[in-house]
Design a binder for this molecule. Structure first.
Ligand SMILES: NC(=O)c1ccc[n+]([C@@H]2O[C@H](COP(=O)([O-])OP(=O)(O)OC[C@H]3O[C@@H](n4cnc5c(N)ncnc54)[C@H](OP(=O)(O)O)[C@@H]3O)[C@@H](O)[C@H]2O)c1
Length: 318
């Protein structure tokens, strides 16, 4: 083999694009990686080797943004897997994690919102992630009472000054739409630079006012569950129910599945651009909103990572 041919085989072509995450100034990949699935809640267990393969592909694709949480799996399991894979390579990744819960059993979380509990969670997350700082630390789907705790934010500000947290964020709960409005409006005064919300073609917890507020206050937006938990991949058009071990079995009853299938079929028949597949379209649709900084699809395999990364380079017609 000629030398230049050998070299060509190792050239990695990434079509990734990067966007500024609000006033953090961090340049994050337009397609990031969600890691809820590593906690095992969807009836699939992940090993270190599985996660290693997913992260290796993410790196090839130019993905640099990872979203995890304290409660994805018992004992910070998702964070542990992420930590084991990125050790020695920490600086290549922008790590976002969350606080406010403790996972005490496979499917049970309890709230842990006091300043002391959160300080302890932060130490546990840093240990699990095998790092001495997180790039983004997010208030995780709490109530307005949990949010309006000055002691908590004072403690978090100190962690920022001590270098354990670079920036603060909030992942807004779906439980009460009034919480979304309230917590968004109050975000700047709490020093929050990034908000995370559920936003996909089938489920939108936020409206144009939310996007306008974030844009005018330079707040970065992380769009979570961008594939409607897999429904927008287009592969569930014949499904009648999820496996009982899969948390989606609780979330999506037969009626909801049917409703989503109908909506997805409509998208496939009337909106999907020729030659594009549904996972790419679903993510590109979210990214077409200029207020959105990054999408964080959960990926169960390197193939998912590869396919989902393609969305970053897509410009949708009209
Ligand atoms: N409150 C919060 O802060 C909160 C709540 C929820 C999620 N999140 C974050 O958002 C992330 C994403 O949410 P999510 O994983 O629940 O939902 P999602 O990204 O909408 O769906 C992910 C699922 O879709 C399927 N999928 C992904 N890529 C695919 C592809 N290319 N082709 C076919 N199927 C594909 C996979 O499941 P199957 O193969 O099994 O279908 C995958 O697990 C989480 O990992 C987490 O980081 C945060």
């Amino acid at each position: 083999m000629l030398l230049h041919e050998e070299a060509c085989m190792h050239i990695i072509i990434s079509m990734m694009t990067y966007r500024k995450l609000g006033k953090t100034g961090m340049q994050v990949s337009a397609v990031g990686l969600g890691t809820f699935q590593f906690g095992g809640s969807w009836g699939v267990e992940f090993s270190e080797a599985d996660v290693q393969a997913i992260f290796a592909e993410a790196e090839v694709q130019g993905i640099n943004f990872i979203d995890t949480a304290e409660c994805y799996g018992v004992g910070h399991y998702s964070e542990q897997l992420v930590g084991s894979v990125i050790q020695g390579n920490r600086d290549k990744w922008i790590l976002a994690t969350k606080f406010g819960h403790k996972r005490i059993e496979k499917k049970t979380n309890v709230g842990a919102w006091s300043a002391d509990e959160v300080r302890q969670q932060l130490e546990e997350s840093l240990r699990a992630l095998r790092t001495d700082y997180v790039d983004l630390y997010q208030f995780h789907s709490g109530s307005n009472d949990d949010y309006d705790n000055d002691e908590l934010w004072t403690m978090l500000d100190k962690q920022v000054r001590d270098g354990k947290i670079r920036f603060l964020g909030a992942s807004l709960s779906r439980k009460d739409p009034a919480w979304v409005t309230y917590q968004t409006r109050k975000a700047p005064e709490k020093g929050i630079s990034v908000l995370q919300v559920r936003y996909n073609m089938l489920e939108q917890d936020v409206d144009q006012d939310f996007f306008a507020f974030c844009t005018s206050n330079d707040i970065g937006i992380i769009a979570r569950v961008p594939m409607a938990s897999g429904m927008l991949s287009g592969k569930y058009q014949e499904l009648t129910s999820f496996d009982p071990e899969d948390t989606r079995a609780k979330k999506y009853d037969a009626q909801t599945i049917k409703k989503f299938q109908k909506e997805v079929q409509h998208i496939i028949d009337h909106q999907l651009p020729a030659g594009m597949d549904m996972p790419t379209y679903a993510l590109a649709w979210v990214l077409a909103n200029p207020a959105v900084t990054t999408v964080i699809p959960g990926c169960k395999s390197p193939e998912h990572v590869r396919k989902n990364a393609e969305a970053a380079a897509v410009t949708l017609p009209g």
